[in-house]
Design a protein around this ligand. Structure first.
Ligand code: F6R
Length: 579
């Protein structure tokens, strides 16, 4: 969402919304006050569709806009935000868990026009406002009745010079500059306007107009909030000549790698970033690619620091049985720092008095603020929905945690050469391999141990941006069922770099080829292993970083050949703030 109070509100709101486009959505809408009247415009599909319909008016000074990623109800105009009911018009991010019960309670007084939980919130606030005739009091009462997650920005017909906002478990930040205020779900929406911003804690209430910006706790006690300054480079939000953000972000990796080393390594030693050696066991909890980085972390932590490490899907972790003890450390990993399942898993660990460490990219995000300890990945803003640089940064920070325990000077020395070496793999031409891959409908990625962990991410990257069905398997598991699928219509992409298990994987490749499937190997093995081969020249403990880059570019090229919307793959959202 992107909401503005001040000069040129429609323009500012729409710029903000466009800067959040990368987060994924299927409809958009705006409400603004003109000639003392609320105007609402909604469209399905791209923001351009909305943009074309808006009558821009520079004199408008209040607007709230939203991009919706369908949860309750289809992606259509009536379900798109803003929702207006009674005197309340609002935009909402999050999910209201008790909306069905609230809707039933409110049904005798309101006629609902959408299938959304958000419209029910608007009705609830309107009913409270009718009762209390005080907007802040109504919001404070609403907070007690709503279950779930929400970031809400609200216009009240009786108070057309103000915007009100509240949040719980869904991100909302407040930018301020010269008595103008902007509400947004993420920093990129603000940066064309200001670098000064406030962070909201759960259940805080904001009242903004051009004279004042006030923050209250849920009991309406006035708060004195800390103002932050975003001091990263604003230029990051442009593609800087690259065809896609994803390609730009892949290219940034050598610089980010160096930045992380500059932060956590000095004079050939890993600094005292965090000591994992005091724990008997580590649990790593995350979602998607962040979880795959967790596996790379497991490989390094177990092999270098000798600490047993188990990796969990956050969405499963929160519902599994746990045997927490004080010698355990729970590491949560998240680029956005807002992923609902990861946040919930973190809270669960905290409630059980286990130490928690968050590895996070977005400064002061919810996960960064909730964890006992935090390490930042310094990857800068990531715009492409499919993560690349943040995944590599997470993997590197985990490696450094292991090296902090086992200060191996050879590995640390070699680490400093990686930024340069990465360039070699970034500049390689993957198109001919991508052309081959693009002809298949089903792909299997295989590997053993760390090669399997890399395969997990390679496969996810390919399927999410090219829409080719792809699965990752431990190479040894194929024989236990999946090999029955091997025929001339299948392509297997094998990661074969780990000396300890290479020979075993090579035998698996022979079995696959004998059944007519083609094999593309990504390998540092010099022999000719397969039908197609991408060579990795390096062969040591840090080879995974070169494989990562090669697989990212391979997926990118396939998606390009297939003319997919690379930066904004269908159905996906950059920040998954709902369960
Ligand atoms: C895939 C991807 C996702 C995220 C996952 C977790 O390219 O980006 O799988 O890794 O949704 O997101 P964060 O890291 O923000 O918690």
């Amino acid at each position: 969402m992107s909401c503005f109070i001040g000069k040129k509100a429609i323009n500012n709101t729409m710029i903000g919304l466009k800067n959040l486009e990368y987060r994924g959505y299927d409809s958009s809408g705006i409400a603004y006050i003109k000639n003392n009247k609320i105007n609402i415009q909604k469209e399905i599909g791209k923001i351009e569709n909305l943009d074309k319909k808006i009558e821009y008016d520079e004199n408008v000074n209040i607007a709230i806009a939203h991009t919706r990623w369908a949860t309750h109800g289809k992606a259509n105009k009536s379900n798109a935000h803003p929702h207006k009911i009674g005197k309340i018009t609002l935009v909402h991010n999050g999910i209201i868990e008790n909306y069905e019960k609230l809707k039933k309670d409110l049904a005798s007084s309101y006629e609902f026009k959408s299938d959304t939980d958000s419209e029910v919130v608007a009705a609830l606030i309107d009913s409270l406002y009718n009762k209390y005739k005080d907007m802040k009091k109504s919001l404070s009462k609403a907070l007690k009745l709503l279950k779930g997650s929400y970031a809400l920005v609200i216009i009240n017909d009786d108070l057309k010079d103000s915007l009100f906002a509240v949040r719980k478990d869904s991100p909302l930040i407040v930018g301020e500059q010269n008595n103008e205020v902007m509400f947004a779900s993420d920093i990129p929406a603000l940066l064309h306007f200001t670098k000064n911003y406030y962070l909201l804690n759960n259940n805080e209430i904001v009242e903004a107009n051009t004279q004042q910006l006030k923050f209250y706790d849920s009991n309406l006690k006035l708060l004195n909030k800390e103002k932050f300054f975003y001091d990263d480079d604003c230029e990051v939000i442009s593609k800087q000549g690259y065809e896609h953000f994803m390609l730009k972000e892949i290219n940034e990796q050598p610089y980010i790698f160096k930045k992380i080393l500059d932060t956590y390594v000095k004079d050939g030693k890993v600094l005292d970033m965090f000591d994992i050696s005091k724990y008997d066991e580590i649990e790593i909890v995350a979602c998607g690619s962040a979880m795959h980085a967790g596996y790379i972390g497991k490989y390094y932590i177990e092999s270098l620091a000798g600490i047993k490490t188990t990796v969990y899907y956050a969405s499963e972790y929160r519902y599994q049985h746990h045997f927490f003890n004080s010698k355990n450390l729970v590491i949560v990993i998240s680029q956005s720092g807002e992923t609902a399942d990861t946040l919930a898993a973190l809270k669960l660990a905290k409630e059980n008095n286990v130490d928690t460490l968050a590895i996070v990219n977005v400064y002061k995000s919810s996960i960064a603020r909730e964890a006992k300890y935090v390490l930042y990945t310094y990857a800068g803003i990531e715009i492409a929905v499919a993560t690349t640089k943040a995944y590599m940064a997470q993997s590197l920070v985990l490696l450094l945690l292991a090296l902090r325990v086992h200060q191996d000077s050879n590995i640390i020395k070699y680490l400093c050469k990686i930024p340069n070496l990465l360039l070699k793999y970034i500049n390689k031409n993957y198109r001919k391999y991508a052309l081959t891959i693009s002809k298949y409908n089903h792909i299997f990625y295989i590997g053993r141990e760390v090669d399997y962990y890399l395969a997990l991410e390679g496969s996810l990257k390919l399927k999410e941006i090219s829409y080719i069905h792809s699965e990752a398997y431990p190479a040894g598991e194929l024989k236990h069922g999946t090999i029955s699928l091997m025929d001339k219509d299948k392509l297997v992409i094998a990661v074969v770099t780990d000396d300890d298990v290479k020979d075993k994987t090579i035998s698996n490749l022979k079995e696959i080829m004998a059944r007519g499937a083609k094999v593309l190997s990504i390998t540092n093995n010099l022999e000719n292993l397969s039908d197609y081969q991408i060579e990795i020249e390096e062969n040591n403990l840090l080879t995974p970083f070169f494989v990562m880059v090669s697989m990212q570019l391979l997926a990118y090229e396939v998606a390009k050949i297939k003319k997919c919307d690379i930066d904004k793959p269908r159905n996906l959202a950059k920040s998954v703030t709902v369960e």
